[in-house]
Structure formats: structure tokens, C-alpha cells
Ligand binder design. Structure first.
Ligand code: R5P
Length: 298
């Protein structure tokens, strides 16, 4: 097997390769002055199963095209089975039509990935339980829940004084999985509404018994608005220490500053998306998915 990486998250690809005891194979990537890309696989991949690590994180469209070009290059060069490891899959939030006239964004992206040559896909904490069904190729789903459970256990918090929180009703399944890994803990959900046009977030209620220590768990942070509003609501309901545990650090615009100034004591994320040095902040801690992804390939 050979393992390749797009330019989106080379550090994660290197960690996965190291765990598999394989060198990271090279791709020459050139970006033309007009933004177009050209990729060239280095070395012989004929009759060889190949893996490409390529989150389609921001800049989403560039990273999707780069993944598709790499898949096409591997296919043309004779790779036998091509597995796309897409730790963050862009366009997941538009996984169906919300309003008449909208495009099915995620289905378009999936068609591109499949048409360009992916034979299998490995994804991490998809936005909804239905997403794997949209693929025609086999999907391996990895969850960061185990990493978060391990972290909570190592923090030495008295779990009878703690709760896990979903900042919207869509994350309840994730909470149940985490509760099971922790061997039981209070669960709380926040009722959130986001205006589909303006993006404004309104928290209408909190369900469950808010404890002194709260772990707010979600699949992604983009603007940071959901987390910030949820933390305020939890504090109003008696929370004293709050920790954020989110799989995908999309971190749009001012999210790093917003999170650093938030009520969170720490913000735990995974390395599904590469965070450049100038987008990190003191409260941030990154947990690596490399072990789980490497295991899924063996
Ligand atoms: C929403 O359904 C997701 O699970 C996240 O809560 C949301 O995408 C976070 O976005 P933002 O950080 O912009 O509030």
C-alpha cells in the first residue's frame, strides 16, 4: 500500500503513515497564477492499493478539486484500490434540500469524489447519520467520541458533578455514544435555532440537569457562534467550569479570537483539519485522529 496526501493536512498524513510504518509518497502540486492546480503522482503505483489523505476543509472548493485531481491521477496510473481519507468533508451541512430551489451540495461533492476514482472512503464524525447512505462506495466512519471520553477520564473530574451537553438537538446521538464510553453521565441539550438566511443563532431552551462542570460536544465549530451562545446559556443555568470538545475545527473568520474570549476553560478539537500556527490560541488543545485512522486501514 502507498499513502499520499493532498496539501490540505500533511501533518496528519505524516502521522498516519508513521503509524502504518510507511513513507509518505510524494505528489508534485503546482498552482498556476489563475488558481488552477496541477498534480503529478511521483513513483509507480500500478497494481498497488493507494490511500490519499485529503480533508476538504477551507478553502473547501480548492481542496475538493485537489482531491479529485489526485484520485484521477492515481486511477490513471493504475492504482488497484483507491481509498480517500476525508477526515473533514465539506458541504455536509447542505446534505439535503432545505428550501425549494436549492442545490444538493453534498450529493454533488460525493458524485465528484466517486467519479474521479475513489473506491472507498474513510470519514470522521459526519454531520448526520444519513450521510454514509449517500455514497455508492463503502464508507468507514470514525468518531472522535473515544478521544473525548479518554480526555474526560484523564482530567480527573468527578463525573457525578458533570454533564455532557449538545449545543443543538442534532447532536444527541453523539452524546449517547459518549455517555456509554464514560459509563454514564448526565446529558443536557440546548435548543438552538439558526435563521437559514441571516445565520443568526437563538437559544430557546435547555433540557436536562446542568451540572457544575459541562463538556459541550459538537461535530464542528465554524463561526463559533453556536458554542459561545450555548456556554452563556449554561452559565445562566449554573455551570461553573465549561469545556468544549468539537471534532472539526473549521474556524472561519474570527472564530479563534471568539473562542479564546469565550467562557470555555479549554477547547479540545481533533486534527481532522490542519490549524496553522497563527490560528491557534492558548485555550486550544488538538487531539490526534491518526491512530484511529491508521487502525481503520489495517
Ligand atoms: C450545526 O448543526 C453544527 O452541528 C454546528 O453546531 C454548527 O455548524 C457550528 O457552526 P457555528 O460555529 O458557525 O455556530
Amino acid at each position: 500500500m502507498k499513502i499520499f496526501s493532498s496539501t490540505a493536512n500533511q501533518p496528519l498524513a505524516e502521522k498516519i503513515a508513521k503509524r502504518l510504518d510507511l513513507p509518505l509518497s510524494s505528489i508534485e502540486t503546482h498552482v498556476f497564477p489563475d488558481g488552477e492546480r496541477r498534480v503529478k503522482i511521483e513513483g509507480d503505483v500500478s497494481s498497488t492499493p493507494c490511500v490519499v489523505v485529503a480533508p476538504t476543509s477551507p478553502p473547501v472548493d480548492n481542496n475538493i478539486i485537489e482531491l479529485c485531481l489526485i484520485l484521477d491521477a492515481l486511477k490513471n496510473a493504475g492504482a488497484t484500490k483507491i481509498t480517500a481519507i476525508v477526515p473533514y468533508l465539506g458541504y455536509q451541512r447542505q446534505d439535503h434540500i432545505f428550501r425549494t430551489g436549492e442545490g444538493r451540495s453534498l450529493e454533488v461533492v460525493i458524485k465528484m469524489i466517486e467519479a474521479c476514482g475513489a473506491d472507498a472512503i474513510v470519514g470522521v464524525d459526519f454531520h448526520s447519520i444519513k450521510i454514509p447512505e449517500l455514497f455508492s462506495i463503502p464508507v468507514t466512519h470514525i468518531s472522535a467520541v473515544s478521544l473525548f471520553a479518554k480526555k474526560i477520564k484523564n482530567m480527573g473530574v468527578d463525573l457525578s458533578e458533570a454533564c455532557i451537553v449538545s449545543p443543538d438537538m442534532g447532536g444527541l446521538r453523539r452524546l449517547e455514544a459518549l455517555k456509554e464510553e464514560l459509563g454514564g453521565i448526565e446529558t443536557v441539550s440546548v435548543e438552538k435555532d439558526r435563521d437559514v438566511v441571516t445565520g443568526e443563532i437563538k437559544i430557546s431552551g435547555v433540557h436536562g440537569n446542568v451540572k457544575k462542570v459541562c463538556f459541550v460536544v459538537d461535530d464542528m465549530i465554524s463561526s463559533g457562534g453556536t458554542i459561545v451562545e450555548a456556554l452563556k446559556k449554561l452559565q445562566e443555568n449554573g455551570a461553573e467550569r465549561m469545556f468544549v470538545m468539537v471534532t472539526h475545527p473549521v474556524f472561519s473568520e474570527k472564530a479563534p479570537e471568539i473562542l479564546e474570549q469565550s467562557l470555555a476553560e479549554k477547547v479540545f478539537v481533533t486534527d481532522s483539519i490542519f490549524i496553522p500556527e497563527d490560528r491557534t490560541f492558548p485555550k486550544l488543545e488538538v487531539l490526534s485522529l491518526s491512530e484511529d485512522i491508521a487502525e481503520s486501514l489495517t
